[in-house]
Design a protein around this ligand. Structure first.
Ligand code: DLL
Length: 434
């Protein structure tokens, strides 16, 4: 095996070959999708078949698929294969209405595990590594998805599951864990607990962290790396696209290679739905290319990102996406200003006096909206009132420059804001619904 690549023939494929492969797989995908009641009806009305796409550009003529449609066809309207071929079901964590369901054939799972193993190999993990997974092992795809990838790589895989930081640290120490998978908010929590119990991460064998599943800034990544003494690699995925392993950073840590043998990426303007040029931010639209049980064509992810122009020095030809700026449905509007939680996080992470847990609340008082930013202090300065006042002013000023309105900043003691084992809740909108 080539030393740096899991599948050199795929990872370094010329763009021309890669695009030819995409076209061939797209046609197969359309034919496969037409077995499902959902696409049979939707595409049948428009006479869409595999022959409707003569080139990759023709993909644009096909209609989008939305999360709402997936919910409406819950649970099996998108099933494109005989139920007997299905070996696993995952569903998304919807809080309201029907969740979205994705089913997998044996081959779907193999392709997914292979993409994961390829991603891990890319960041230098090998079969000699000890890989601990701190994701929950339920319907959340960060559990089994990451797990089978690490096994496919050949690493000794420790299915630690979510939470219980003391036990995580014990496993890291006792089993000689070299790589861990954690969502960013949990990685920060783990760093706190390392500190609380007086174990220095530098003295463990941990060197690599895989972080993903929730938006985080470059500043947060650097903070995590420094506190856990690891290199942290960003990993993007979503249940509808099987789970993790859609896009992954290489050792350059400069954008995530989106595995284009498995997905076609488009970036569109979320309002006009027209394509935007490379380098410009828009909504990511994804089409699966190797899924049998539930292929998805032009799925609107709601995630906002951009394609990074230019080649990556690592030699992989699969294009890179920038870190996710947020979801179009994360954005909140206050006094006409569009605000993304990541803008606020970016500023907070620049202050070394702050720890990493924060909560944004939007409230309405006397018909005026207020943004309240509560952030936990690092314990070191918590009892110096003068410093606290000055710090609050300074943070408020920087936030105002970024979000163009003045938030109320409240510095709170470490450990007072809610912590979650799953994805962190960063925004609570208490305004009355229209
Ligand atoms: O979060 C799959 C996953 C598991 C990815 C483990 C990475 C690691 P869902 O629960 O369906 O699936 O959530 C998908 O999470 O649409 C993004 O909004 C967000 N997201 C996922 N990865 C990232 C990332 C899994 N690296 C939704 N950066 C997506 C920012 C991310 N946001």
């Amino acid at each position: 095996m080539d030393k740096e690549f899991w599948q050199p023939e795929i990872e370094k494929m010329s763009r021309k070959e890669l695009e030819a492969l995409q076209l061939e797989r797209l046609k197969k995908t359309i034919t496969q999708a037409l077995n499902s009641p959902f696409y049979k009806e939707k595409y049948g009305k428009l006479n869409i078949t595999a022959d409707s796409v003569k080139s990759l550009d023709d993909l644009r003529k096909l209609p989008f698929t939305t999360k709402a449609e997936m919910r409406e066809s819950y649970p099996f309207g998108l099933m494109a294969t005989d139920m007997k071929n299905v070996v696993r079901l995952h569903s998304s964590s919807g809080t309201t209405g029907n969740p979205t369901v994705i089913c997998h054939t044996k081959n779907d799972l193999d392709c997914w595990a292979n993409r994961m193993a390829r991603s891990f190999y890319m960041i230098g993990l090998r079969d000699t590594d000890v890989f601990q997974n701190s994701s929950g092992y339920g319907m959340f795809t960060g559990g089994l998805g990451i797990h089978y990838g690490a096994e496919k790589l050949g690493a000794m895989t420790v299915p630690a599951g979510a939470g219980n930081s003391l036990r995580q640290i014990k496993f890291i120490t006792d089993f000689g864990t070299t790589a861990i998978h954690a969502i960013p908010s949990y990685a920060l929590r783990l760093a706190d607990v390392f500190e609380e119990v007086g174990v220095d991460p530098k003295k463990t064998k941990l060197t690599t962290l895989v972080i993903g599943a929730e938006p985080h800034t470059e500043e947060t990544r650097r903070k995590i790396e420094q506190r856990l003494s690891v290199k942290a690699y960003n990993s993007f995925g979503m249940s509808e696209m099987s789970g993790p392993g859609v896009a992954f950073e290489c050792k350059e840590q400069n954008g995530m290679h989106l595995w284009e043998d498995s997905f076609i990426i488009e970036i569109v303007d979320p309002d006009t739905l027209e394509p935007v040029p490379d380098g410009e931010v828009g909504e990511m639209v994804l089409t699966t290319l190797d899924r049998e049980a539930m292929p998805l064509i032009r799925y609107r992810t709601r995630d906002l990102t951009r394609i990074l122009p230019g080649d990556c020095p690592c030699g992989r030809t699969h294009r890179r996406i920038d870190r996710i700026k947020g979801r179009s449905d994360d954005m909140f509007i206050v006094k006409g200003v569009n605000i993304f939680p990541m803008q606020i996080e970016k500023i907070l992470m620049q202050f070394h006096e702050l720890s990493s847990n924060y909560l944004i609340t939007v409230e309405n008082h006397n018909n005026s909206d207020d943004v309240i930013v509560e952030v936990e202090l690092d314990k070191l300065i918590a009892d110096d009132p003068l410093k606290l006042v000055a710090l609050t002013k300074e943070i408020t000023r920087h936030l105002k420059d970024e979000i163009l309105l003045t938030p109320k900043v409240k510095l709170v003691e470490r450990g007072t804001l809610p912590q979650s084992d799953g994805k962190a809740v960063r925004v609570i909108d208490k305004r009355p619904k229209e």
